[in-house]
Write a protein that binds this ligand. Structure first.
Ligand code: NDP
Length: 268
């Protein structure tokens, strides 16, 4: 039987999810129709209801700006979703709609793929949007020793710190200019506009690894800047993108695709 999945977001035209999931499905000869929601969608709750009414509907991915509304829409939430307050994956399970957040697992998988040890690492997370918040639980699960957040709008970073630190024993706080960090993660959208976050050269050059969640055909402005100040391990977001998609695919079909071939196909 043909199964269907869909990605919901706005804007959605540039989404690579249909390509990634069709490459996964091909590995297992799975008859999967994976498409995008209509462009410009706003009434997301009705769109979810309509989609999941279809018997063939298995699951959905959710991207900007609907992760919070997917969180509210789900009947049951995974611990990752609960701890991050956002849902990027919905699926039917035992007659209910289950919500999970796979962004953080995708990110952690990509660090591992690139040979980066997170255990004990001190992390600076730049950005306080859905992607930043969504990856924090998985980073602590991977054994980081502390995470500090810096964001253009400090109040948004403070909300995340207050929410997540209150329910955990994580060493989580706002950015401190007296700290040094092993890993710096750019979780802002600045690279989409060729811009870099404001991080002092002292802080940046003291790091071992810089990660940019954005993926472009060329190295992002942030990664180019990091290289200029001497950072040798710079990683873009393509592995995270494919990694989070694979985690969704596993939830839907209980199948673990090969990711390297998919990353290579997308890059080519
Ligand atoms: P949000 O819109 O929720 O957050 C955007 C973040 O970028 C905020 O922290 C915002 O700061 C900051 N920002 C935007 N413009 C500026 C600016 N001019 N100066 C300084 N900071 C700015 O987006 P998401 O969190 O969902 O996504 C962030 C990025 O991560 C996106 O570019 C997205 O493509 C990428 N991403 C990649 C994934 C992957 O799998 N590789 C998965 C998910 C996201 P402020 O709060 O002050 O507005």
């Amino acid at each position: 039987m043909r199964r269907i999945c869909r990605v919901f977001g706005n804007p959605i035209a540039q989404s690579k999810s249909p390509l990634i999931h069709s490459l996964f499905a091909k590995q297992f000869d799975l008859d999967l129709g994976y498409d995008k929601c209509a462009d410009g969608i706003t009434d997301i709750e009705n769109a979810f209801t309509d989609f999941f009414k279809n018997e063939a509907a298995v699951g959905a991915n959710i991207t900007l700006p609907f992760k919070q509304r997917a969180f509210d829409f789900a009947d049951t939430l995974s611990s990752h979703a609960l701890r991050s307050g956002a849902v990027n994956t919905l699926f039917k399970k035992d007659g209910q709609l289950f919500g999970d957040n796979t962004d953080g697992r995708g990110l952690v998988w990509d660090f591992k793929r690139n040979g980066v040890t997170l255990k004990g690492a001190k992390v600076l997370l730049v950005g306080a949007g859905g992607a930043a918040k969504g990856c924090i639980p998985a980073l602590f699960d991977a054994g980081i020793s502390l995470l500090h957040i810096s964001n253009r709008t400090t109040a948004k970073a403070k909300v995340i710190v207050d929410q997540l630190a209150a329910n955990s024993d994580w060493n989580l706080s706002l950015f401190k200019d007296t700290e040094t960090y092993d890993v710096i993660i750019n979780a802002t959208s600045l690279s989409l506009h060729g811009q870099i976050p404001s991080i002092s050269t002292d802080i940046l050059s003291a790091a071992n690894v810089c990660y940019d969640m954005v993926y472009l055909d060329e190295p992002t402005a942030f990664l180019q800047h990091a290289r200029k100040v001497g950072i040798t391990t710079t990683i873009d977001g393509i592995g995270m993108l494919v990694g989070q998609a694979a985690e969704s695919f596993k939830l839907w079909f209980d199948l673990s695709p090969d990711l390297t071939s998919v990353i290579n196909t997308i890059k080519s």
